[in-house]
Write a protein that binds this ligand. Structure first.
Ligand code: COA
Length: 429
């Protein structure tokens, strides 16, 4: 039987039910706390707050475990395709052969975008950041598909909406890159894989068709799998919060893209490379940067280090570190930034500041290096994260609806001026 938690306020005790998840995680159900005690909890950043029950992803930060629908990330990264993992996250089970073929086909047919939407790209300046374009265009896509503005009521409708979004995000992302580079857009090629088609739309030129290398295709596939979901992170929570007002899926994920942009979240993969480039350019010893990161008066932080949940190691960082080495070997390349990154990791693992605070390389530390090695331009790193995270965002939006979650509306403790009365400006002069 679940335990009862007792809270005592002003000498009066109140009982609250507790709940244990399938992996043994415990919570105190305080949904009625305010009604019965008049108090609320205060938890800025939500470090001790569960916002929902979810069947999608399990993260155990102490032991470096990440599972999608029960499957370990290591097994999926090694053996699955991104489309297979997307299906798993969306539907809860791995697809059989027919289901996978149908799903792939649904994604394939949705790849082109409406010509009128395409025209919007030509009106954008070349300096427009692809993440800003992506967020805006995802909202616009829904204008061309009014059928997706409703909450899907059948599995078939949900499948159509989800595959449309998974497909359009890839096309829009590639078109955003072409626009930002001042290059003509490439139409999707239905004969290519999910990742191969993205690479083709990004890199083919009118006279030279991009030959998709299996090594690069695999690297992108791995990157997308590792980013496919991560439970209640900032952007996914944003998607759920926006969706809780019954905003449509496209507006909700567009908000997710905006949340992902910041350097403390998805933008960290760019910030890591910029930091490593700075270190290389400056020629200063690594200790100089480590000391700055430890100095509380200095705003500088080691990008790609630390995580709200992982307090031992981030399993995604381990997989990526190994894969960057494999890709470099297979392509017969060397990357000086990778050497600096590894050295930085070694230094911090021995440093008391980082040990005490459990600060280890996170997914963004090595993911940027992988993308760099396979030739993805820096301004597309976070966009690729967004493509990868799409199955997670869609599933959380759907789950939030299935669970009929109330509109998100936290409370606050007001600390501003107490009641005062308005005076005419003449009285104030
Ligand atoms: N470099 C130096 N110090 C760091 C640090 C970093 N990258 N990350 C955290 N810290 C320190 C904080 O200053 C704080 O120290 P204090 O206890 O002496 O005040 C302590 O570690 C806890 O950090 P905090 O910011 O409270 O943790 P958080 O859970 O709120 O934030 C991150 C988590 C990921 C936002 C944070 O670690 C960070 O900014 N990392 C760099 C950005 C990044 O890589 N983001 C990608 C996340 S996947």
């Amino acid at each position: 039987m679940d335990e009862i938690a007792t809270i005592t306020i002003d000498g009066k005790s109140y009982n609250f039910e507790t709940f244990v998840g399938t992996e043994g995680e415990r919570c105190i159900d305080i949904q009625h706390l305010r009604d019965v005690t008049g108090c609320i909890t205060l938890d800025p950043g939500f470090g001790s707050t569960g916002s929902c029950l979810s069947n999608i992803t399990f993260v155990d930060g102490a032991n470096g475990i990440l599972r999608y629908r029960g499957y370990p990330i290591e097994e999926l990264a090694e053996r699955a395709s991104f489309v297979e993992v997307a299906y798993l996250i969306l539907y809860g089970e791995l697809p059989n052969r027919t289901q996978l073929l149908n799903f792939r086909n649904q994604i394939r047919v949705h790849a082109p975008i409406h010509t009128n939407l395409e025209h919007h790209f030509s009106g954008l300046p070349h300096t427009a950041p692809p993440m800003a374009i992506l967020s805006a265009m995802l909202n616009l896509v829904s204008c061309f598909h009014p059928e997706v503005l409703e909450v899907p009521t059948t599995g078939e409708e949900f499948g159509q909406t989800a595959s449309l979004l998974l497909s359009k995000v890839r096309t829009v992302a590639a078109f955003a890159y072409r626009t930002a580079s001042g290059k003509p857009i490439n139409q999707p090629n239905p004969n290519l894989t999910y990742c191969g088609n993205f690479l083709h739309m990004m890199f083919s030129d009118p006279y030279v068709e991009y030959k998709v290398s299996p090594i690069i295709d695999k690297a992108i596939n791995l990157f997308l799998i590792l980013h496919a979901d991560h439970e209640q992170n900032c952007s996914t929570t944003t998607v759920r919060v926006v969706g809780s007002s019954r905003a449509n899926l496209f507006s909700s994920v567009a908000a997710g893209v905006s949340a992902l942009m910041g350097p403390l979240h998805g933008g960290a993969n760019v910030a890591v490379i910029e930091m490593l480039q700075d270190i290389k350019r400056s020629g200063k010893p690594l200790q100089y940067y480590i000391d700055r990161a430890k100095d509380k008066k200095d705003e500088f932080r080691l990008m790609g280090f630390g995580h709200r949940v992982y307090k031992n190691f981030d399993p995604r960082a381990r997989i990526l570190k190994k894969h960057v080495d494999e890709v470099l070997g297979a392509l017969n390349l060397k990357d000086e930034l990778l050497d600096i990154a590894k050295e930085l990791e070694e230094h911090t693992l021995k440093d008391q500041y980082f040990i005490e605070r459990n600060l280890y390389p996170n997914v963004d530390f090595y993911s940027g290096l992988l993308l760099r090695v396979i030739g993805i331009p820096l301004n597309m790193y976070t966009v690729l994260f967004a493509i990868g995270r799409m199955p997670g965002w869609i599933s959380h939006w759907k789950e939030m609806h299935d669970h009929q979650q109330r509109i998100s509306r936290p409370r606050q403790i007001y600390t501003g001026p107490i009641l005062r009365h308005f005076q005419q400006i003449s009285d104030r002069l």
